[in-house]
Design a protein around this ligand. Structure first.
Ligand code: ATP
Ligand code: MG
Length: 256
């Protein structure tokens, strides 16, 4: 096991799921054994990797409630070797309330991951767009939090709250938790705005920033409708190339 990475930003639509799918797939392409956990009731990572999310026998929801084993819940990916998933669908939205009655509710996901972590090099967790109990579970499980930031005007909004939550989890639940770094997404080289956002975040945010910047690329937006990651859908696209670079940077960071 090298690292467990939670992909989090409570802002919606910033590229969390796109990053979870394609970073996982590119790590797998580089011969890393990867488990991606869909911790979002929207189930976008699940459908984006080719699963019919409403026709699943077992999901993260049953696993959290203790109604199935980690092995029941694990699905191999049909298109990418070395890639497994714990899928989710809308049922997971019920977990928030049911977790309230469970002892050690912040540690449910961590305890499940403990059972299988020696089977994988990386575990990547896609978080929902909120700082709820599922996100807290993801942060309690993770070694680090990777924060996608969309290159748009309100990019920094809410980031201090996110960092505060990471610090709270670190203090109370998971002392080893770190901020893995910030990744800029949907960068549009044709606009000054993207450039300004990157500069502004660099000047105002005291966090590690990934050198790899993910461009706005239509292939990244199209791939999920075919149920495959971008490196399968269009291996030579700029979207695929950029997530490959990110995967290499993630691996290198672990080696430092
Ligand atoms: P949510 O908060 O709802 O979970 P999210 O943070 O997971 O959203 P995504 O679902 O990854 O965000 O991306 C939002 C939308 O933007 C999607 O339609 C996705 O296909 C598109 N998108 C993400 N990244 C890119 C990119 N680099 N280029 C083009 N489109 C992108
Ligand atoms: Mg998402």
């Amino acid at each position: 096991m090298e690292r467990i990475i939670a992909i989090a930003n409570q802002k919606g639509g910033v590229g969390k799921t796109t990053t979870a799918i394609n970073l996982s797939s590119c790590l797998a392409e580089l011969n890393k054994k990867v488990l991606v956990i869909d911790a979002d009731p929207q189930g976008n990572t699940t459908s984006g990797l080719g699963y019919e999310k409403d026709n699943l026998e077992y999901t993260l929801y049953e696993l959290i409630l203790g109604e199935c084993s980690v092995y029941d819940c694990t699905l191999e990916n049909d298109f990418v070797d070395n890639l497994d998933i714990w899928p989710s669908n809308i049922n997971l939205s019920g977990a928030e309330i049911e977790l309230l009655n469970i002892e050690d509710r912040e540690y449910i996901l961590k305890n499940a991951v403990e059972e299988i972590k020696e089977l994988y090099d990386y575990v990547i967790i896609d978080c929902p767009p909120s700082l709820n109990m599922l996100t807290v579970n993801a942060m309690t499980t993770a070694d680090s939090v990777l924060v996608p930031i969309q290159c748009e005007y309100y990019a920094l909004e809410g980031l201090s709250q996110l960092i505060h939550t990471v610090n709270l989890v670190k203090e109370r639940l998971n002392p080893k938790l770190e901020i893995e770094g910030v990744v800029f997404t949907m960068y549009d080289a044709r606009t000054n705005l993207s450039l300004q956002v990157v500069e502004n975040v660099k000047n105002n945010l005291d966090q590690k920033i990934y050198k790899t910047i993910i461009p706005r690329n239509v292939r990244l937006a199209e791939a999920p409708s075919y149920g495959v990651p971008v490196n399968i859908y269009d291996p030579k696209s700029t979207g695929a190339e950029s997530y490959r670079m990110l995967a290499e940077e993630v691996i290198k960071k672990g080696a430092e």
